[in-house]
Each structure stands twice: as structure tokens, then as C-alpha cells.
Design a protein around this ligand. Sequence first.
Ligand SMILES: O=C(NCCNC(=O)c1cc(-c2ccc(F)cc2)cc(O)c1O)c1cc(O)ncn1
Ligand SMILES: [Mg+2]
Length: 214
Amino acid sequence: TQSTRPQRLLNAVQKNATRGDPRSVVKAIDDFCRHKEWAMNVGDEKGCILDSVVSEINPAAVLELGTYCGYSTVRIARLLPPHAKLITLEFNPDFAAIARQVIAWAGLEEKVQLVEGASGDWIPKMKEQFGITTFDLVFLDHWKDRYLPDTKLMEECGLLRKGSVLLADNVICPGTPDYLEYIRSSPRYESRYFKSHLEYTKVEDGLEKSVFKG
Ligand SMILES: O=C(NCCNC(=O)c1cc(-c2ccc(F)cc2)cc(O)c1O)c1cc(O)ncn1
Ligand SMILES: [Mg+2]
């Protein structure tokens, strides 16, 4: 049977990265996507911006929407303090199965809870299912037409507190126009755009960082 791109990405991790070494897992994926097959990871350039935001917040509770193969999951989890938790939601079971193995190869299973299902179904259940009060950081990287409805849902479910940070990938390419319009015009958020490039390309893209004012 034909392998899929996520399976070939996992093979590259298992071949080129050292078990238990998250940095080598990140490098193996970036090398694979830059030199072998493009894939929709946040990538190394936007990844450095992600790293700086995570390090600045030093979050205890992180929500990632859109796991894909677990690249940004590993990037974030490797920087978390002990006892901090990252919950990552993935709708696609094939992506989730690969991501679990990438996260395990990096040795980060203890810090990561991968949940399979639709973000719209799971966000309202976060508190009761995982004992979360609020998230310090939310990384939005799933379906681009879900960024806005899921942000409104997180507000309604009381998952954001004064100072919670939303970091959104792909606000230019593929683009999330309704989300950008909402978050930049809302008095409840302070937003800043970090100009960058679509992963592994010269196409413009960027991350929008928005702080919830409560
Ligand atoms: O596609 C699912 N999730 C990925 C969301 N992410 C993206 O779509 C995404 C796309 C791009 C991208 C950019 C340029 C281009 F030419 C093609 C793709 C880049 C990125 O950085 C992303 O993050 C998905 C499927 C499914 O069946 N169920 C649940 N989710
Ligand atoms: Mg993305």
C-alpha cells in the first residue's frame, strides 16, 4: 500500500532524530520538509517566533488547535516547565496517529495530551474533562475557517483570562480574514502581527499574537 506524506515524515524522524531529543525531531522534520516533501508544519522561521512567545509566557496550560504531525506540539512542549500541560486537538485520525508517534519519539508524552475530535465539540468540555480553568496560551493552526468561531467559543466557555495569549498561524496564507478582522477590531484584544513566510517558502505569511484583556 502507498505510504502517506505524514507516514514518510514519521519515517524521516525515526531514521534521523535521536529518541528523547526534541530538538533533533524538529530538525529532522524541517530537513525533510525543506529538502524532500513540503508539509504544513509551522516550520523553522515561524517556529522561532513561536518559541519566543512560549518562552516569554512560560505557560502552565497550553491549547493547540490542529496537531497535524506534531511538529509545533514538540516545539512548544520542549520549552514547557515541569508539570505544565499542552492539550492538542486533531480532527483527522490519520494525522493524530502519526503525531502520537512523533511526540513519543521526542519523549514528550508526559507533557502532551492529544485529543482526537472536532475543536467545536471539545472546547466546551475542556474544564470538566481535563480540569482546566483557563489557558495561558492558545496556538491556532487548524482549519482556517474555524479560528473565529472557536475563539468566540473559548470566550463563551470562560477558557480565557486577562492576559491569555492567542497565537494564530497562517493569517496571510492560506489566510484567516474574518478572524483577523474580529481580533484586530475588538477592544477586548491587543493584537500584533509578526511578519514571516509560509513554511519552507518565500511566500509571505505571519503569526498574529493577541492578548485577551478580560
Ligand atoms: O487540513 C487539516 N488541518 C490542517 C489545518 N492547517 C492547514 O490547513 C494549513 C495549510 C497550509 C497551506 C498553505 C499553503 C498551501 F498552498 C497549502 C496549505 C499551511 C499551514 O501552515 C496550515 O496550517 C485538517 C484536515 C482534516 O481532515 N481534518 C482536520 N484538519
Ligand atoms: Mg499552519
